[in-house]
Design a protein around this ligand. Sequence first.
Ligand SMILES: *Cc1c(COP(=O)(O)O)cnc(C)c1O
Length: 464
Amino acid sequence: MATQPDDEYAEALQRAHTHATEWLHSVPNRRIGPSRTADELLEGFAVPLQDQPIDAASVVDELARLAEPGLMAMPSGRFFGWVIGGTLPASLGADWLVSAWDQNAAMRYATPATAAAEQAAGMWLLDLLGLPAGCDVGFTTGATGSNLVGLAAARQYVLEQAGWDLPAHGLAGSPGVTVFVGQDRHASVDLSLRYLGLAKPVEVATDAQGRLLPAALAAAMDASSGPAIVCLQAGNLHSGASDPLAEATAIAHAHGAWVHVDGAFGLWAAASPTHRYLVAGVETCDSWATDAHKTLNVPYDCGVAIVSRPDVVRSVFGVHTSYLKTEEHGPGDPFDKVPEFSRRARGVPVWAALRSLGRSGVVALVDRLVAHAQSFGTRLSRIPGVEVINDVVFTQVCVSFGSDERTRRITARLLSDGTTWMSGSRWADREVLRISVSNWMTDDDAVAQSVAAIERAIAAEDAR
Ligand SMILES: *Cc1c(COP(=O)(O)O)cnc(C)c1O
């Protein structure tokens, strides 16, 4: 009777465990880049869909075989591309349980276990990041989703302050909202503004590290009137620097604006007594976006949206229908705080990550990522012809090898070498090699091997 599906689960999960273990064993030694393109892999995946079912274990085996040559070793300690975290063992284990439990984590009364775990994770996060205890915490797919949440709450609040009922009347005919952002913001901020039907933001000048200039913000806000949102950044993609949060927030609040912070990875500076100075004043802002899948090393996808006014975020995202029994008071239902209706319990791996690290482990994780970034900065700046072009204050390092052309060529050689992966990018009007240290597995040896790979790429280019 019930034995057959049980066996099918057991067999499929056992195969998945074997393949997952083989993958994890391969990561420390394999070349970082994939060895096939998506087009090449498609030939294997996109066979004509057969008529008859195939047993679950065979499907899992086939999937693992087809995918293997196209996997990027993102969980490797030698992966420094984009801003990509690895996976802590406890959070990976928790993630598997989340899938097996298959809870639709929307409502407290329906899925109390995941709701309680996520609520606890949210409380720990506020504590670790030094944010006000009464904030609402929602678990999104990433900082893009979290920027959307914070900016949606901001839009609603500032329009309401101006006497405009957004849920009733929509944006058309409203007083409009002006958004102020630093010139060197992340593209996902503009994406969120597009989702929200808000006009292109007013760009505020930044300094050489990409930090918004408070005097320029004050001047721009003085020259504007009406409802306003200021979107600040904690953690510039290229420099790792943060906007002067305390000063900029004071200016914004004096103008009646809501302050949202995109702190996808940089907000984690707040957890470290050594690095908290980078985000001093962060607790005075109104909403915050961060990722758990970057600095905290929780598996994809997991972002955190934090809003200081629960009433506002719940009035934007809350749902009340006849068939959903929701909680009006108290902590609120998980789906009142994020765009999704149905979703996996993605906050549970956050609980597991924090529980396994403990308070000191979180601090040590952040401090270690910064220390390795600074080690890259120091070692690379000693190599002739290499220029580290940012102040390495957090986890990001930007390097130029001279001309744009030379930087591009050395970057291409480095990636084909396979020892490490770093992003080619453009910053401050120059081609750069960008290194983001975001993986808990990165150690001194990974840094040394990666620096050696850069030296090899330079030597090969010079021997050309
Ligand atoms: C990564 C990042 C984002 C986007 O986050 P996702 O998790 O990819 O959605 C936004 N802002 C900054 C500064 C980032 O580094």
